[in-house]
Write a protein that binds this ligand. Structure first.
Ligand SMILES: C[S@@+](CC[C@H](N)C(=O)[O-])C[C@H]1O[C@@H](n2cnc3c(N)ncnc32)[C@H](O)[C@@H]1O
Length: 170
């Protein structure tokens, strides 16, 4: 049975702790830009909130209503540009373009055909020069590499190590 993140978030504030250094370093390195970021599987906003604090506009999507509720409450307290959507990513598709798509430990939650389909649906919504940032099980990354390689638009590998795959659209 799939892990019940909604129960975890209902019972535990900041259940997943602080953001991973790979992501804080990446976003801090962007400098003073204000970008549109999609955080797919945002949980309680561990990433979405620090990204918005850097001045970006973040849309977070998660299956867990409690995760979305906690993220939006924190964003309101801190006056951050965060939008939250409670939705199932297996049937969701973006309705606008973004500069950065973030999948932080989300794709492995889906069955292989579903995570492949989600990535394929989302990639056309990344603007030229934009990024897709993935943290996932190492064994899943080969699938993701192949999906990027098969895209009609060219993607450049910015990082591929230790369960992290950062790709940039040319
Ligand atoms: C390991 S947690 C990571 C959360 C967040 N990205 C972070 O790093 O703090 C995985 C997240 O994926 C969400 N999730 C799992 N299946 C999902 C689905 N089908 N649609 C949307 N979110 C889903 C869970 O609710 C959970 O918040």
């Amino acid at each position: 049975m799939a892990y019940d993140y909604d129960k975890l978030y209902r019972e535990t504030p900041d259940a997943l702790g602080v953001p991973a250094p790979a992501f804080t370093t990446f976003f801090e390195g962007l400098g003073a830009q204000s970008l549109d970021v999609l955080d797919a599987g945002c949980g309680q906003g561990r990433d979405a909130l620090f990204i918005a604090r850097l001045g970006h506009r973040v849309t977070g999507i998660d299956l867990s209503p409690h995760g979305i509720r906690d993220m939006l409450a924190a964003a309101q307290r801190q006056n951050l540009a965060v939008t939250g959507i409670a939705a199932d990513l297996t049937s969701w598709e973006p309705d606008s373009d973004h500069d950065i798509l973030l999948f932080d430990r989300t794709l492995h939650m889906l069955a292989a055909p579903q995570r492949r389909a989600l990535l394929n649906r989302c990639l056309p919504y990344v603007r030229p020069g934009g990024w897709v940032l993935i943290s996932d099980e190492k064994r899943n990354l080969e699938d993701f590499r192949q999906i990027f390689a098969a895209q009609p638009r060219a993607w450049h590998t910015e990082k591929d190590s230790r369960g992290l795959l950062f790709m940039r659209r040319r």
